[in-house]
Design a protein around this ligand. Structure first.
Ligand code: COA
Length: 296
C-alpha cells in the first residue's frame, strides 16, 4: 500500500531500530527510510541483518546493520557509538526487539520469565538510557531546543490478562510504564518525546506464527473485532508519531489493533435487543422495580 505521508517528512533524520531486521521492526525501518531517514538496524543475527540491509538498500534507503543484543549494555553502547560514527546523529530510537513464547505459568521457569523481561523491559530501558546523550536537545546535530524521540513497541496483552503469556504481559506492562516515566522526565528536561505502539495480531510476523493458534475455533464469536493487521499499519503509526504531525504527542501508547482489545462476545443477537428493549421499558413503566403495587 502507498503511504499517505509525503516522502520527505523525515528527510535528514537518523533512526536506530532494535529488532529492525525482521517483522514489524523491519517494516518500520523500511517506511522511515522511504520517508527520508537514514536507518541503522540492530539485531543479534548477522545473516538477518545482512539480508535486511540489502533489502532496504534495494528501496534506495541508506541503511547499516549493527550486531548486538539489547540485553548487553556494552552492545547498546557500541551500537549507539557506531550509529553516530557512521551517520553523525540520532533522532529516532525505535525499541522493537522482543522475545515471546507461549507457556502455562506453572511451566515457566523464573529464568524464562527473566529472559523476556531482560529483552523487552530491561533492554528497552538500556537502549533509552544509553541513547539519551545523543537524543537530547543540544546533542549531535540538534539545536538547543529540539530533542529526538523514542518509540517503544508494546502490546495489549496486559490491559486485561492473556493466557500463557505471564512473562510477556509483565514485560510489556513495564515497557508502557517506562514510556510514561521517560515522557515525563525527558520531555521536560531534554525535549525528547517518548511514545509507544501496541500492535494487535499482525500478519506474517514471528509473534503471530508463534502465538496465534492454528486452530482458531469460534474466533469471531469470542473476539468479534478479531482481524489481522498488516506490518504497514504499525509502520504508519510510527511515521505519524515520528513526524511533526505527532509533535504534541508524548507519553501515550497508541493501540493499533482494529479495536480488538475491546472485544467482548455478543451476549444477545441485535434483533433480540431491538425487540426486547421496548418491551422491557414498557414493563418497567407499568411496574417499576422496587415500588410496592399499593403505591402505583
Ligand atoms: N517454553 C518454556 N520456557 C522456555 C521456552 C518455551 N517455549 N523457550 C525458552 N524458555 C526458557 C528456557 O527454558 C530458559 O529457561 P531455563 O534456563 O530455566 O531452562 C529461558 O527461557 C531462556 O531460554 P534460551 O533459549 O536460553 O533464551 P534465548 O536467549 O536463546 O532466547 C527467547 C530468547 C526464548 C525469547 C527466544 O524465543 C528468542 O530469541 N526470541 C526472539 C524472537 C521472538 O521471540 N520474536 C517474537 C516477538 S513477538
Amino acid at each position: 500500500m502507498e503511504s499517505p505521508f509525503r516522502p520527505d517528512i523525515l528527510k535528514g533524520k537518523v533512526a536506530l531500530l532494535t529488532g529492525g531486521g525482521s517483522g514489524i521492526g523491519y517494516e518500520i525501518s523500511r517506511q522511515l527510510g522511504k520517508h527520508g531517514a537514514f536507518i541503522a538496524i540492530m539485531g543479534r543475527r548477522k545473516n538477518v541483518l545482512d539480508s535486511a540491509v540489502s533489502s532496504l538498500r534495494s528501496f534506495g534507503i541508506s541503511a547499516i546493520g549493527l550486531e548486538g543484543d539489547v540485553r548487553k549494555r556494552d552492545d547498546a553502547v557500541r551500537v549507539l557509538e557506531s550509529t553516530i560514527k557512521h551517520l553523525g546523529r540520532l533522532d529516532i530510537l525505535v525499541n522493537a526487539a522482543a522475545g515471546n513464547f507461549l507457556v502455562p505459568a506453572e511451566d515457566l521457569s523464573p529464568n524464562g520469565f527473566r529472559t523476556v523481561m531482560d529483552i523487552d523491559s530491561v533492554g528497552t530501558f538500556t537502549m533509552c538510557h544509553e541513547a539519551l546523550k545523543y537524543l537530547k536537545k543540544g546533542g549531535p546535530g540538534k539545536g538547543p531546543s529540539s530533542g529526538g524521540l523514542i518509540i517503544n513497541i508494546s502490546a495489549t496483552l496486559h490491559y486485561t490478562a492473556t493466557w500463557y503469556q505471564i512473562h510477556v504481559s509483565a514485560a510489556k506492562a513495564a515497557v508502557d510504564s517506562i514510556t510514561r516515566s521517560l515522557a515525563l522526565e525527558w520531555g521536560t528536561d531534554y525535549d525528547i518525546r517518548v511514545n509507544g505502539i501496541a500492535p494487535g495480531p499482525i500478519e506474517d510476523t514471528a509473534g503471530v506464527s508463534k502465538l496465534v493458534s492454528e486452530v482458531r475455533s469460534n474466533a469471531e464469536e469470542q473476539e468479534p473485532l478479531f482481524k489481522f493487521g498488516e506490518k504497514w499499519d504499525i509502520a504508519m503509526a510510527a511515521l505519524y508519531l515520528a513526524s511533526d504531525a505527532g509533535k504534541y504527542i508524548n507519553g501515550t501508547t497508541m493501540v493499533v489493533d482494529g479495536g480488538l482489545w475491546l472485544s467482548k462476545p455478543r451476549h444477545l443477537p441485535k434483533e433480540a435487543v431491538k425487540q426486547l428493549s421496548r418491551a422491557v421499558e414498557r414493563r418497567s413503566r407499568d411496574a417499576p422495580v422496587g415500588v410496592p403495587k399499593s403505591k402505583l
